[in-house]
Design a protein around this ligand. Structure first.
Ligand SMILES: Cc1cc2nc3c(=O)[nH]c(=O)nc-3n(C[C@H](O)[C@H](O)[C@H](O)COP(=O)(O)OP(=O)(O)OC[C@H]3O[C@@H](n4cnc5c(N)ncnc54)[C@H](O)[C@@H]3O)c2cc1C
Length: 509
């Protein structure tokens, strides 16, 4: 293909990379451990720019009162609103759309994912999806891998005998699988949650590490050195538990379908209680109420609530909730998040339809999912666009790459370049390339996070309660996001009923 033709491919860059969130410095109490004031960055975000330019927000008088204000309209905040649907709630979301990391988009009527992809049928989210009226569709395709130009089906099942590596390397993959399956996670939890996954890979060949250094960042935000050993064990045990069956489910474009369904259910009765484009800038408690100030359009508003549920990620939460205990702020500060680009290659002809999720160790991107996989065999369905979602987690130190359109576009171009060299037949031009960027979407499941940090960050603060998937762990997935909402709602209900607060609670209690 000539470089001229390639220049005609349309690249679309979307999403924002705000490092913090719009902050009214005057409204914030000093945050222990913050050597510098909060960083304000963000693209196409008027409020951020106003803050950057030195504007100081004032806190207007209370204009409305609610039982519960929920801050953050990702799956966790939406689920909290669903659990509180009989109450007088107000849900505030800074983006113009709902769903956070569970957000699907469309190209000419074909759905594609910008974030979360699938769930397992033994997860809480599976039953929750059905409860809200959404029937999960089976993936039925154990993960393959594309290695040295060859597609290997069911990598950790029959695929192990076919890996295009020398025999000793294939044997090492098999030995590793056997060792990991033999681990009793319950018995060794303390050790495995507090030590790096790389400890378990010691003595194994580089090829194994390369595979997990694709898989880890995509799923739990961390390479083998940075991840807790337990999450690697959980993942491999889950992957092969039912092999060759696959217990995963999803919808076209991934779990954004759950956000859409929740919005549909909630808007039918509570549309006025759901405010998008509403960025919370401060949450300040006194004995009898919590005041939440947010900016919507050019207007600052303050509402009062008997309780507030923070369904925002902690790197934002710690900056806007006033009066957090020092230990809790410090714990929130310890959570690390990776930047993440999701690049959708949109083809107007079939290019890759071999498996749902395919791992590509050694590429710019870690794995590819086929956007319409779960409906491809439905009677009457015809694939109009073959949309391939290329997951492209980045390292923390490369966050700035996503900040401007030119360097973000280069990430997308590199993904396309690597895809076109991936296997014989992949050198095809897409009609469009869409990149969705996020600055801090996936927390890293580092050693100690689940055992030491997360129990601290989710501690209730009189009338302020903490949801979001980063409250729970051990990995950033939608079930903990929803379970954290369930817990926070229960805590808030108890508080409203005047019951004593539990000293320490965990998801699903
Ligand atoms: C690329 C990718 C792939 C993934 N794949 C999977 C998968 O296959 N399966 C799975 O289970 N999970 C997956 N995950 C994880 C899953 O998406 C998340 O765990 C889940 O969506 C988190 O939901 P949440 O509501 O807790 O947080 P978020 O989605 O982060 O929602 C927080 C919301 O708060 C809003 N907000 C922030 N600040 C403010 C403010 N000041 N005022 C108002 N609103 C604010 C944000 O805009 C956002 O909408 C994936 C994640 C990524 C990034």
């Amino acid at each position: 293909m000539s470089s001229n033709r390639r220049e005609f491919i349309k690249f679309v860059v979307a999403g924002s990379v705000a490092a913090g969130c719009p902050i009214d410095f005057l409204l914030l109490a000093a945050q222990p451990g913050d050597a510098h004031p909060p960083m304000i960055e963000g693209e196409d975000n008027r409020i951020c720019h106003q803050v950057r330019d030195g504007k100081v927000f004032t806190r207007p008088p209370v204009s409305a009162r609610h039982d519960v204000v929920i801050v953050g309209g990702g799956l966790s905040g939406l689920a909290a609103a669903y659990f509180l649907r009989q109450r007088d709630f107000l849900l505030l979301e800074k983006e113009p759309h709902w769903g956070g990391n569970a957000y699907a988009m469309e190209y000419q009527g074909s759905a594609y994912g910008t974030g979360t992809a699938f769930l397992y049928n033994d997860e809480y989210a599976y039953g929750f999806a059905r409860q809200i009226g959404l029937e999960p569709l089976p993936v039925d395709s154990p993960d393959g891998s594309l290695i040295n130009g060859e597609w290997i089906a069911d990598t950790w099942g029959d695929g192990l005998d076919k890996l295009p590596y020398p025999a000793p390397v294939r044997e090492a993959f098999k030995k590793f699988k056997k060792e990991i399956l033999a681990i009793d996670l319950d018995k060794r939890a303390k050790e495995l949650y507090n030590h790096p996954f790389s400890d378990l890979l010691r003595g194994y060949p580089e090829e194994l590490k390369l595979w997990w250094d694709s898989y880890g960042p995509s799923n739990y935000g961390a390479t083998t050195e940075d991840a807790a050993a337990a999450v690697g064990v959980i993942e491999l045990q889950a992957m092969v538990a039912e092999s060759p069956h696959d217990d995963r489910f999803t919808w076209p474009g991934g779990l954004g379908a759950m956000s859409n369904k929740l919005v549909e259910v909630l808007s039918s009765k509570s549309a006025e209680r759901m405010q998008s484009g509403a960025t919370t800038v401060s949450v300040i408690s006194d004995k009898n109420q919590v005041q939440v100030t947010y900016m919507q359009g050019a207007e600052l508003k303050t509402v009062a609530a008997k309780a507030v549920i923070m369904a925002t990620p902690k790197f934002i939460t710690r900056r806007i909730v006033d009066g957090l205990p020092a230990k809790q702020t410090e714990a929130m500060h310890r959570i690390r998040y990776i930047p993440y680009a999701v690049v959708n290659l949109i083809f107007d002809k079939p290019v890759f339809n071999k498996g749902f999720d395919t791992w590509c160790p050694g590429s710019t991107f870690t794995d590819i999912t086929v956007a319409d996989w779960v409906i491809r065999n439905q009677p009457g369905y015809k694939q109009k666009y073959n949309i391939l979602t290329c997951y492209t987690p980045l390292r923390e130190e490369d966050r700035a790459v996503l900040l401007n359109d030119a360097s973000a576009r280069r990430v997308a171009a590199n993904v396309l370049r690597d895809f076109q060299k991936l296997y014989p037949g992949s050198n095809v031009d897409p009609v469009e390339v869409h990149l969705y960027r996020r600055g801090h979407p996936l927390y890293m499941s580092t050693p100690g996070l689940f055992t030491e940090v997360q129990p601290l960050v989710r501690q209730a603060m009189d009338r302020v309660f903490f949801a979001n998937t980063d409250s729970e762990g051990p990995e950033s997935t939608v079930s903990p996001a929803i379970l954290s909402a369930q817990r926070a709602v229960k805590e808030a209900e108890n508080r409203l009923a005047g019951k004593p607060m539990a000293a320490r609670t965990t998801a699903g209690d």
